[in-house]
Ligand binder design. Structure first.
Ligand code: G3P
Length: 217
């Protein structure tokens, strides 16, 4: 299972990278704005900075919603760095653009996916990654994890290569449940990754080992 961090915050990206378990980064326009990164030139520079920190895939989202615009933007983003994955929304022109990018060998992440049907379409178009937003489904009393399970079943039925990137992960149990279901990737905040570390018995056990060691020294 790959771990991506879902942020545009460079300090958090560095921290996750230093932990040694980071496989990539996902961003979106909201995450960029949250870090105060606005304006096309600043956003482009920020992608380059992220690519310098991590060794894995970095999703960069297009803003255009028409086919020609998505193609132009996506090709420019893809040229920035070989780690860039062009993030395209699940809309009609987006699906067409994903097919175009796929034929040209440009990697894509189909974002804003909320149903198994959308995920099937993304895979048919040749998306590298599909991003079902599980937290946002949970927010409206719909089982986000069930969507991951549905997509896993469908992709396995036909051997689709598209990787399931569980997105809108909000906490550590989402990570564990996605791993149980067989999501290929999860993207979440640093806290969702660091939460995997924690167990009180580890802390108690370590404190006792250290105390016992001191007794003999
Ligand atoms: O990866 C998608 C993500 O950025 C959305 O997360 O927490 O805004 O639903 P959230």
């Amino acid at each position: 299972m790959k771990f991506f961090i879902d942020t545009a915050n460079l300090d958090q990206i560095k921290e996750a990278q230093d932990l040694g378990v980071l496989d990539g980064v996902t961003t979106n326009p909201s995450l960029m704005a949250k870090e105060g990164i606005t304006g096309n030139d600043n956003i482009i520079n920020h992608y380059k900075k992220i690519c310098e920190i991590v060794t894995g895939d970095v999703s960069a989202e297009v803003i255009s919603t028409d086919y020609e615009g998505i193609i132009k933007e996506g090709e420019e983003l893809a040229k920035l760095h070989d780690q860039i994955i062009v993030k395209v929304p699940m809309i009609k022109d987006g699906v067409k653009a994903i097919k175009y990018f796929s034929d040209k060998g440009i990697k894509t992440n189909c974002t804003l996916v909320f149903s198994a049907g959308q995920a099937l379409l993304a895979a048919k178009a040749g998306a590298t990654y599909v991003s079902p937003f599980i937290g946002r489904l949970d927010d409206i009393s719909t089982d986000g994890l069930n969507l991951i399970a549905e997509i896993r079943l469908i992709y396995d039925n036909y051997g689709f290569d598209t990787q399931i990137l569980a997105a809108s992960v909000r906490h550590t149990m989402h990570v564990i449940d996605c791993a149980k279901i067989g999501a290929d990737v999860m993207t979440g905040p640093l806290s969702s990754i660091e939460g995997l570390l924690k167990h009180p018995l580890t802390d108690i056990g370590l404190a006792k080992f250290l105390a016992d060691y001191k007794k003999g020294n």
